[in-house]
Design a protein around this ligand. Structure first.
Ligand code: ZN
Length: 328
């Protein structure tokens, strides 16, 4: 359950614009919510729909308890319509069907709201159909078009929508939200350091592959510190079989980089910036082996390795070189 208070933390500008449109009683006929996956577009569109339909709202804040609010939560509100891609695209028939629905007056009020998810996936025919619809707005209709890439939306449609740009989320916001979603404090900190995409972070939290990747990074550190001669063996037998794809290897190196950053934070007494909060003891062991300079050198070696992976250098070779550079 989201409130405008939550949304203002997540997307201050977009939330403020929508709340203002309530305050001034100037709700647009159409909005374009544009931003990456996981930036809160769906949540905000649902909240906005609640604000429109709730009869007990306090300012813009819906009560969350009335019949209208409950039915929006359960996806059963008769005057709120969702359109999502049918397979790869949103087809003309789906828009036609929507228009037909709208020729009847609202079932319970005169208000109607429709939300088009992945609006960039509308076919040309569907877009043209929607355009006609937007050109003859009935006063009581509000459209929300949700998209990750506004560039592929017809200009004629864009120009009829009020644009709301959803910003990438800030790490501390993601961290807090993840904890609210039940993610452990230490995982939330790590995930927020790796992605600004809420959806991706939640997926990673459930992903066994990622949990094992995290373990392997810490094992690699321990091997480098305690049994440097076994470094290459570890890379070939444990590390590479887990990080088979280049994207996976990049992820592994991102986590490794965070460890090196943590060492530097620890050495500079910047406790608050440490990401691996649940590995304090191991981190202490690391900073006994690495000086600030050597940790900084390690960090640039990892960055260099990441660059080589991008340039299609053979992953095994890159990891072997990196391991030799990082041995203590
Ligand atoms: Zn309500």
């Amino acid at each position: 359950m989201q409130t405008w208070q939550d949304m203002k933390q997540l997307q201050p500008l977009a939330a403020q614009m929508l709340v203002n449109s309530f305050k001034k009683d100037r709700i647009s006929h159409a909005y374009l919510f544009q931003g990456d996956r996981g930036t809160g577009k769906k949540e905000m569109s649902l909240l906005f729909a609640k604000s429109i339909f709730c009869k007990n709202k306090n300012g813009a804040e819906p009560c969350q308890n009335c019949r209208d609010c409950h039915r929006i939560d359960s996806g059963n509100h008769p005057d709120l319509h969702w359109i999502e891609p049918d397979g790869q695209s949103i087809k003309k028939d789906q828009i036609l069907h929507l228009q037909k629905e709208f020729t009847y007056t609202g079932l319970e009020s005169n208000r109607k709201v429709y939300i088009i998810v992945d609006a960039e996936k509308m076919t040309v025919n569907a877009s043209n159909r929607l355009l006609k619809f937007l050109e003859e707005p009935s006063r009581q209709t509000t459209a929300m078009l949700l998209t990750e890439s506004g560039a592929t939306i017809l200009d004629t449609i864009r120009s009829r929508c009020q644009l709301l740009a959803f910003q990438p989320l800030q790490a501390h916001v993601i961290e807090k939200k993840l904890v609210e979603e039940g993610v452990s404090n230490s995982n939330a900190r790590l995930l927020a350091a790796l992605t600004n995409n809420m959806t991706e972070a939640l997926e990673m939290n459930e992903d066994e592959w990622f949990a094992n990747a995290r373990k392997l990074v810490i094992q690699l550190i321990e091997v480098l510190q305690n049994k440097p001669n076994e470094g290459l063996l570890f890379i070939n037998h444990q590390w590479m079989p887990h990080f088979k794809e280049r994207t996976q290897l990049q992820r592994g190196l991102d986590v490794l980089m965070l460890w090196f950053q943590d060492m530097i934070h620890q050495l500079l007494d910047r406790e608050d910036s440490i990401v691996f909060t649940s590995e304090k003891e191991k981190l202490n062991q690391s900073v006994m082996r690495w000086s600030r300079q050597s940790a900084a050198r390690g960090l640039s070696s990892i960055l260099e390795a990441k660059r080589k992976i991008n340039q299609n250098v053979h992953p095994n070779l890159v990891m072997e070189q990196l391991t030799l550079q990082l041995q203590r």
